[in-house]
Design a protein around this ligand. Sequence first.
Ligand code: URA
Length: 199
Amino acid sequence: MDEELDGLEVTACERCPKLVDSRSQIVNGTGPEDADILFVGEGPGANEDEQGEPFVGRSGSVLDDTLLVVGLERGDVRITNCVRCRPPENRDPTKSELENCRGYLEAEIDRMEPDVIVTLGKVPSEHLLGRSVSVTSAAGTVEEIRVNGTSRRVVLSVHPAATLYDRSQEDTFREALETAADLAGVDGSSSNQRRLDTF
Ligand code: URA
């Protein structure tokens, strides 16, 4: 048996030969299983592959900083990716790689039952919506999708890395996260309080 799912963790999988070759480990989602918000990125990059955690490189810093601005912190949310193994040379995952990993993502969504899913960039937005999306114009919009028969709310967002290349995307990114926090009814006061408690 080359595929194993333990709760939300994929512990073994060899469905995508090229990704098996390029990964150093499987990068599962992190964060509370009962989080109200689930962020979905594209796939692990070099830093994530090395550390075994999603969004730990520069994009992760942008995500962390913007979460703080909207009154949240990383530990309040769950963060995962469409594919759990690093594609070679950071290329986009192929259609079949995305499909091979879809069941793991859907199992994570089913089990978590998040109030809101935030798609970080074009690849996860198109993967979950099942159609082409221009994320720069659609960022911040709310869509309904069905996952295994259950309706789920999705907030579309640009990828945090977009803000590194184009500063004007910072507001777009922050506004998408604000929309998600509002929909999830998260006011950030508990994390703000935790932060104040550290001073
Ligand atoms: N970009 C992604 O889409 N996912 C990560 O985990 C890191 C960068």
